[in-house]
Ligand binder design. Structure first.
Ligand SMILES: Cc1cc2nc3c(=O)[nH]c(=O)nc-3n(C[C@H](O)[C@H](O)[C@H](O)COP(=O)(O)OP(=O)(O)OC[C@H]3O[C@@H](n4cnc5c(N)ncnc54)[C@H](O)[C@@H]3O)c2cc1C
Length: 416
């Protein structure tokens, strides 16, 4: 069987690419994925009888590709921005001046972040701002990028902020991301648990070898595996990918991020906590960013990235929970130990088909490295996925969707 197009990866990018091909009447298309579900880094878990997001949770902007599906499916969403309440180490809201100082740091990053200077160095240059505010700013950027302020490029971060400033506000789909994944996968031919190990592309077409030895053939191939998988070399390309492509794969970083999801019987903690930064508390130094699950206000989601995520993931889960509960209890001024019903740790660093959370920019990398990954190769190979998203939309679902559409359109041009 010769397919017109084989798409490697049934995440948002791969599914969106297949839908775009369908729209253009190219239906002899196979989507394959190594795992046993569609959605990739969008993974809604129903273990507690409600939609809990293991990966993507927010829609970053109502002017982005994802919103098209929210409208089409008439999905209920809640606005996720609102007034962020910054809480100090005693559980008090930060003063208006402290909030202003924090906003000023973020604004100065957006205005004057510069290539080759780390986010931490850029923040450190704000001389008169209190250490706790600087720490909060470092943590916010680190969590967002899945990295550490000391090693992230402030220029790339500034470019991302500038490029995405008109994306709109953040929302959470109340019923989770699953309906969007279902819609993206509708009417597609998808084969699961098919692990690609080699892709040979040449004048006649593309041969895709699976780990079970089977070889699949197509005229064109869209590869949407994560940057982590590309970096690992788990898939060999023959001939080797162009040097410029490989350089950008190397320069970009694959960030790490984890979630600690806590289910309480009574407490609705997100109402009480926001972006807590405390130089004295080990556990909360690592998880400072909390929000309420859209499914149930008794579910609190903690998020952290970079080496803080790695540190949390190394802790014994029982110790982690005990520390976190003690710290959260101290902030809200009551014992929460008897109120916690269950917890779940969501991680992506040990998933062999992701190898991390999403792409970011170590010092020296820039948005142009994403662009370098969009170049079609020999009119046979096309790359999509969040790491190939343009205009600062990397690390998002909408960026992945848009990249899939873009790659599909590039394929169509070569089939004409
Ligand atoms: C913890 C976390 C939180 C996030 N939060 C948000 C958020 O709130 N909002 C937002 O917009 N984005 C968020 N993101 C980012 C978002 O999830 C991703 O940008 C997006 O889902 C990536 O889609 P993709 O199609 O590019 O990649 P993926 O979803 O990773 O799809 C690639 C697919 O390729 C498959 N694959 C890999 N190797 C092989 C192989 N050898 N053979 C066959 N198949 C293979 C994988 O199984 C995978 O399904 C988050 C991500 C994480 C990890």
């Amino acid at each position: 069987m010769l397919y017109d197009v084989i798409i490697v990866g049934a995440g948002a990018a791969g599914l969106a690419a297949a839908q775009e091909l369908r729209k253009q009447n190219i239906t002899n298309v196979l989507v394959i994925d190594a795992q046993d579900y569609v959605g990739g880094r969008i993974k809604t878990w129903y273990g507690w009888g409600m939609p809990i997001e293991i990966g993507a949770e927010f829609i970053h902007g109502d002017h982005t590709a994802t919103w098209q599906y929210v409208e089409e499916l008439n999905l209920a969403t809640i606005r996720a921005d609102g007034a962020v309440r910054l809480v100090d180490k005693n559980g008090h809201s930060m003063s208006a001046e402290q909030k202003q100082a924090y906003d000023a740091i973020m604004e100065s990053l957006a205005q004057s972040g510069a290539k080759g200077i780390s986010v931490a160095d850029h923040i450190a240059a704000n001389k008169d701002i209190a250490p706790i505010i600087k720490q909060l700013a470092e943590i916010s950027v680190g969590d967002y990028e899945g990295g550490d302020a000391a090693s992230l490029d402030s220029g790339a971060f500034a470019d991302m902020l500038r490029e995405t400033k008109d994306n709109g506000e953040n929302f959470i789909p109340v019923g989770g991301y699953q309906p969007i994944v279902k819609r993206l996968a509708k009417n597609l031919l998808v084969r699961l648990q098919a692990v690609v190990k080699a892709i040979d592309y040449h004048e006649q077409g593309v041969a895709i070898t699976l780990t079970n030895g089977e070889v699949l053939y197509a005229k064109k191939c869209i590869v949407t595996v994560s940057l982590g998988v590309l970096k690992s070399g788990d898939i060999t390309f023959s001939p080797a990918l162009p040097a410029k492509f490989q350089q950008s794969v190397k320069k970009l970083g694959m960030g790490n991020a984890m979630k600690l999801i806590l289910r309480f019987r009574d407490a609705e903690l997100a109402r009480e906590l926001f972006n807590y930064a405390d130089g004295e508390s080990a556990a909360l130094q690592t998880i400072t960013n909390w929000w309420s699950s859209a499914a149930d206000p008794h579910v609190l989601v903690g998020y952290c990235g970079g080496s803080r995520a790695a540190a949390v993931l190394m802790m014994d889960p029982q110790d982690l929970i005990a520390n976190i509960m003690a710290d959260l209890g101290a902030i809200v001024g009551r014992d929460l130990q008897d109120d916690i019903v269950a917890y779940k740790i969501a991680r992506w660093d040990n998933n062999p088909f992701t190898k991390g959370a999403y792409s970011n920019h170590p010092v020296g990398a820039s948005l142009s490295d994403h662009t370098a990954l969009t170049e079609p190769i020999s009119e046979r190979l096309f790359f999509a996925g969040e790491a190939t998203a343009l205009n600062g939309n990397y690390a998002t679902v909408h960026g992945a969707i848009e990249s899939g559409w873009r790659a599909a359109k590039d394929v169509v041009k070569t089939l004409e």
